[in-house]
Design a protein around this ligand. Structure first.
Ligand code: ATP
Length: 262
């Protein structure tokens, strides 16, 4: 009954693109990353699981209840969805932006250290506390991304659906975000994270999904997925899969030597 579970999920945009039918479960614990080429359907999948889009066929169950039967408030209290792009209508302060993420908070919930309000804790986690009085629009792209992540995080959701949370982040902050996700998903939530930072995603995820043309073409352990025929076909020619340089950490996707100019 637990988890966020889609069965026979199908969505048709009416043009060339359709998604599914596919089955997917976001478990109550663990970090699963979704990778794949541009336009492959990753964001569409997240929107369907978050209830932002309605499937043409199939069901999405949130802990045994049909997502379509739940109010936006109930959904937002359990699912923390970070879209790929967020346009702010008004220029709020960073602190206000993060506080707005808590509007759906369902009472005093788990894992919140005393003495630290949820918005403050979230801003500390994503390292934007020093920006709290700045206006959102004045921030750099990567800073904005970390503020939006804090906004989702502040609600302490049971399921995180994050669309490219590290886009625009420098490598240090990218690692910080994935570490934070790894830690959280070990103890108190499950996450499905769309990312083009494939090597970071592979290093920190428990499992991985490769999507293209609205289908799941490979899934399993990150190493298995990176080594799959589907990934080779999609990126082959320009990218190759290599052992991680430290010899222990699995595999990395890097440009093929032959694809670099002499
Ligand atoms: N609002 C929309 N209206 C019409 N078509 C759309 C819309 N949003 C996405 N699409 C199309 O649906 C398909 C899947 O898009 P989606 O955003 O899910 O891909 P993606 O895998 O997340 O891509 P990317 O890696 O580039 O973010 C693409 O062909 C895209 O052009």
């Amino acid at each position: 009954m637990g988890g966020l579970k889609a069965t026979g999920l199908f969505f048709d945009r009416g043009g060339d693109f359709s998604l599914g039918p596919l089955d997917i479960t976001v478990p109550q614990r663990g970090l699963c990353s979704v990778i794949g080429p541009n336009g492959g359907g990753k964001s569409t999948l997240l929107k369907l699981l978050a209830g932002v889009l309605r499937p043409a066929r199939g069901t999405v169950l949130l802990e045994g209840r049909f997502l379509s039967d739940l109010s936006r408030r109930d959904t937002a209290a359990r699912i923390g969805y970070l879209p790929q792009e967020v346009g702010a209508l008004y220029d709020f302060s960073v602190e206000a932006m993060v506080a707005m993420g808590m509007f759906a908070l369902d009472g005093g919930r788990r894992h919140r250290p005393s003495g630290c309000g949820p918005a403050t804790c979230a801003m500390e986690k994503t390292r934007v506390i020093h920006l709290k009085n700045r206006s959102f629009s004045s921030l750099s792209g990567g800073e904005k991304q970390r503020v939006l992540l804090a906004s989702v995080w502040s609600r302490d959701p049971a399921y995180l659906l994050l669309d490219e949370p590290t886009s625009g982040l420098d490598p240090h902050h990218g690692v910080t975000v994935f570490r934070m996700l790894q830690e959280a998903t070990r103890h108190h939530c499950g996450a499905l994270v769309v990312s083009h930072d494939i090597n970071l995603a592979a290093a920190f995820s428990d499992s991985m999904i490769f999507m293209d043309q609205g289908r799941i073409l490979a899934e399993g352990l990150p190493d298995e997925v990176l080594d799959s025929e589907a990934v080779r076909e999609a990126y082959g020619g320009s990218m190759g899969v290599w052992p991680h340089p430290d010899g222990k950490k699995g595999r990395v996707l890097l440009p093929e030597r032959g694809s670099l100019s002499a």
